[in-house]
Design a protein around this ligand. Structure first.
Ligand SMILES: [Zn+2]
Length: 249
């Protein structure tokens, strides 16, 4: 249990978690949480880059995120199905994360939607006593399941203020030169542009963070939906009663 993670972010492809929650991962690590990432596939169907290059990009980005672990499950890109359930259950039982975050249900990319369902199912089945009773796989069910935003409309339950780590978050994202806007990569590789490789998408990343930040009263924000209903026995602490989030700024 000494290796237990506080927070595990799970994405379909290398770069997904950096695009959505890079700031939250960096901030949480700085605040003393043990943070990990699981990429479900190596993104081998990606229009740009190669699996090997994407491995390297993920490794480089990890140095900015301050992670305690990062694993790639090696599931087939474009075919994320329940076949990956046992592998993901074993990861959850090995690392016992208290919080898991992943894609929402309504995504532009089908792999992201498939990842959402796989992660939800794995978080549930991982807690079942009679599913795989081998000695090194004690049941574990994460305490909290969160969904982060993709490109579709997203109504958040709460927003994490990532203003203080925005520059480092951007540095992590820039490691994915084959995937996002990178004049250097474009100069050296004759590959077609994709939905996320152009300058417009890169600028939108900041616009999204600004938009959700403004809603919550900060400069840059990362939005989350909570799976289930949040409860509290301390309303004052829960609602920042001493100084509301906005007033504290
Ligand atoms: Zn993706």
């Amino acid at each position: 249990m000494s290796e237990q993670l506080d927070l595990l972010a799970i994405g379909a492809h290398p770069d997904d978690v950096e695009l959505a929650v890079g700031g939250t991962l960096i901030l949480s690590g700085r605040q003393g949480l043990r943070v990990g990432v699981v990429d479900l596939t190596r993104g081998e169907l990606g229009t740009r880059g190669t699996p090997e290059r994407r491995d390297q990009e993920a490794s480089n980005a990890s140095t900015f995120l301050g992670l305690s672990m990062r694993e790639n499950l090696g599931l087939p890109d474009g075919d994320i199905t329940s076949d990956g359930l046992n592998a993901l259950v074993r990861v959850l039982r090995r690392w016992c994360p208290r919080i898991v975050m992943t894609h929402p249900a309504d995504c532009r990319h089908p792999d992201h939607t498939a990842a959402h369902h796989l992660v939800r199912n794995a978080c549930f089945y991982s807690g079942l006593q009679k599913l795989d009773q081998s000695a090194d796989a004690a049941p574990w069910r994460p305490h909290h399941l969160l969904h982060f935003a993709e490109v579709r409309h997203f109504e958040p339950d709460f927003v994490v203020d990532v203003t203080s780590v925005w520059d480092q978050r951007t540095e992590a994202l820039r490691c994915y030169g084959s995937q996002i806007h990178s004049p250097t990569y474009k100069e050296q590789n004759e590959e077609p542009e994709t939905y996320i490789s152009n300058l417009q998408f890169f600028e939108w990343i900041e616009a999204r963070a600004r938009t959700y930040g403004q809603l919550a009263g900060c400069t840059y924000g990362e939005p989350f939906q909570y799976s289930g209903v949040l409860g509290t026995s301390n309303l004052g602490a829960f609602l920042h009663l001493e100084a509301s989030f906005r007033q504290a700024k």
